[in-house]
Design a protein around this ligand. Structure first.
Ligand SMILES: Cc1ncc(COP(=O)(O)O)c(C=O)c1O
Length: 428
C-alpha cells in the first residue's frame, strides 16, 4: 500500500522557506527579523487606503461594481493605467498618449494576485516536468519552489555587480546546444531591478545582450525561448539612474514577458500584480487564470485604479523611497562598524535587500553555527544557499546571506547588525 495518494506535483512541492521565515518573525516578537520579505510597516498607506475605500464604498454604483466579480484578465482601467505607467517609466521623455510600440498595450496585461501568481501561471503555461529554465545564480527563492514543484530543471547563470555574466549565459546556451538539451529550454528568468536576493540592478546593455543571445540560440531549440523580466522592486529605486525594461527592446513583444507588482510600491497586503504577455501566450495564460480564480479581487483592483489616478501613488512612492534609502544607509553604516574586514557587501540602490558575502570557510545555512548562534541572539537572516537552484554544474555556495532593511525599524536594524557582528567576531 502506498503511503500517500498525492499527485506527483503534490509530492514534489516542498515547504517554502519564505513561509517559515515570515511565520518565525510573526511568532517571536522578540526576534529581530532581517529575513522576512515584509515592507516597511510604518509607511504602509493606511490613510490613503481608508479614504479611497470610503470613497468607493460611499458611492452605491462604484461600491456595487467593486463588490461584484470582475473579469479574468482584470480591470480595464487598471490595465490601461499600468500600461501607461510602464511606458512612461521606459520612455520618460515621450508622451504616453501615443506609444510608438505595441509592447505597452492594456490588451496584453493580465492582472494577478501579486506577481507571484503570474510567475506560477506562466510556469504552468510553459513547463512540463523535465523542461529547463535558466535563472540567475542566486535567484528569488520562492520562484525556485515553483520550479521544483512543477519538475522544472534550473541552471544558474553567474551574477556580476551589474547583472548576469553574459559570457556565462552564452557558455550555458552553447553547452545546452551541444548536449541537445536546448530543446527543453523554454525561458530565461531575470529579476532585473534591485534583485532579490542580491539587490543588484541589471544594465540595459546586458538586457539587450541577453535578448540577442537567446534569439540566436532559438533555432537550435526549435521553439521560442522567452525572457521573463521580473521587475518586482523596480519602483523602489532610491539612488542611481533609472534603467528601461526589456519591453523597450522588444517592440512587437515577441519574446519578452514582464511582470510587476503594486505590492512593494503601494501595499504588500493589497497584492495586486500583473504580467505583460506576448500575444502568443495570452489566451493560454487567461485560460489557466480562469481555472485558478477567473479574476483577481475586484475591490482591490478598483482601489489601485483610484490610487494610480490621483497624486497619492507618486507621493507615497517618494516617501517610501526616502525611507528605504535611510534604512539601507543605517544598515550599511552599522555593518561597516560591526562586521570584520573579511566580510563584503554591495551598496544597494533600491529594493529591500543587501547581500553579504562572508569568507568561504564560514557557513551560513540553516544548520550552520552562524545561523544557530544568530537565532540564539534573536536575529534572523536568509541563508544564501536557499537562493541557489539545484544545479549539478556547480556546488551551491554556502557562505552568503540576504539581510533585509525592509520591515525592521531603524533601532532594530542597528541592533540586529551589531548582534550579527558579535556572532562573526566569535569565528575570527
Ligand atoms: C523577485 C520577486 N518577484 C515576485 C515577488 C512576488 O511579490 P507579489 O506577489 O507580492 O507581487 C516577490 C516577493 O517578494 C519577489 O521578491
Amino acid at each position: 500500500m502506498k503511503k500517500h495518494t498525492l499527485s506527483q506535483l503534490g509530492a514534489r512541492a516542498e515547504d517554502s522557506p519564505i513561509s517559515w521565515l515570515m511565520k518565525a518573525a510573526l511568532d517571536r516578537p522578540e526576534l529581530i527579523s532581517l529575513a522576512a520579505g515584509f515592507t516597511d510597516n510604518a509607511t504602509l498607506p493606511l490613510k490613503i487606503t481608508r479614504e479611497i475605500l470610503d470613497g468607493i464604498l460611499g458611492s452605491s454604483s462604484k461600491g456595487r461594481s467593486a463588490l461584484q466579480y470582475g473579469t479574468t484578465q482584470g480591470d480595464l482601467t487598471l490595465r490601461r493605467l499600468t500600461a501607461r505607467r510602464l511606458y512612461s517609466l521606459d520612455f520618460p521623455e515621450i508622451s504616453p498618449e501615443n506609444p510608438p510600440v505595441s509592447s505597452y498595450s492594456a490588451g496584453n496585461i493580465v492582472v494577478t494576485n501579486g506577481s507571484q501568481q503570474f510567475l506560477y501561471l506562466l510556469s504552468e503555461a510553459l513547463y512540463d516536468p523535465g523542461d529547463l529554465i535558466l535563472v540567475e545564480d542566486p535567484t528569488y527563492f520562492v520562484f525556485l519552489g515553483i520550479a521544483k514543484s512543477l519538475g522544472m530543471h534550473c541552471r544558474g547563470i553567474r551574477m556580476q555587480a551589474d547583472g548576469i555574466d553574459i559570457k556565462h549565459l552564452e557558455e550555458q546556451l552553447e553547452g545546452l546546444r551541444k548536449s541537445g538539451e536546448i530543446r527543453r529550454l523554454k525561458m530565461v528568468y531575470l529579476v532585473s531591478y534591485f534583485q532579490n536576493p542580491t539587490g543588484r540592478n541589471t544594465t540595459l546593455e546586458k538586457k539587450k545582450q541577453a535578448l540577442d543571445l537567446v534569439r540566436r540560440y532559438e533555432s537550435h531549440a526549435g521553439h521560442p525561448i522567452f525572457l521573463l523580466e521580473d521587475a518586482a522592486y523596480r519602483e523602489l529605486r532610491f539612488s542611481g539612474a533609472p534603467v528601461a525594461s526589456m519591453l523597450s527592446l522588444d517592440p512587437h513583444q515577441e519574446r519578452v514577458i514582464y511582470t510587476g507588482t503594486y505590492s512593494k510600491s503601494f501595499a504588500t497586503g493589497v497584492r495586486v500584480g500583473f504580467g505583460v504577455v506576448p500575444d502568443s501566450l495570452l489566451s493560454t495564460i487567461l485560460r489557466i487564470k480562469a481555472n485558478h480564480d477567473f479574476g483577481s479581487p475586484n475591490l482591490l483592483q478598483k482601489l489601485m485604479v483610484e490610487v494610480l489616478t490621483g497624486t497619492q501613488y507618486e507621493s507615497h512612492l517618494q516617501a517610501i523611497q526616502r525611507r528605504y534609502l535611510r534604512k539601507s544607509r543605517v544598515m550599511l553604516s552599522v555593518m561597516k562598524k560591526s562586521f570584520p574586514a573579511s566580510v563584503h557587501w554591495d551598496i544597494p540602490q533600491g529594493g529591500l535587500n543587501a547581500w553579504v558575502v562572508l569568507p568561504r570557510k564560514w557557513r551560513t545555512g540553516l544548520k550552520s553555527r552562524i545561523f544557530k548562534e544568530s537565532l540564539n541572539q534573536n536575529v534572523l537572516y536568509v541563508p544564501g544557499n536557499l537562493c541557489y537552484a539545484e544545479d549539478s554544474g556547480r556546488r551551491k555556495p554556502d557562505h552568503e546571506m540576504r539581510i533585509s532593511f525592509g520591515s525592521a525599524s531603524e533601532p532594530d536594524i542597528r541592533e540586529g547588525i551589531r548582534r550579527l557582528g558579535r556572532v562573526f567576531s566569535k569565528l575570527q
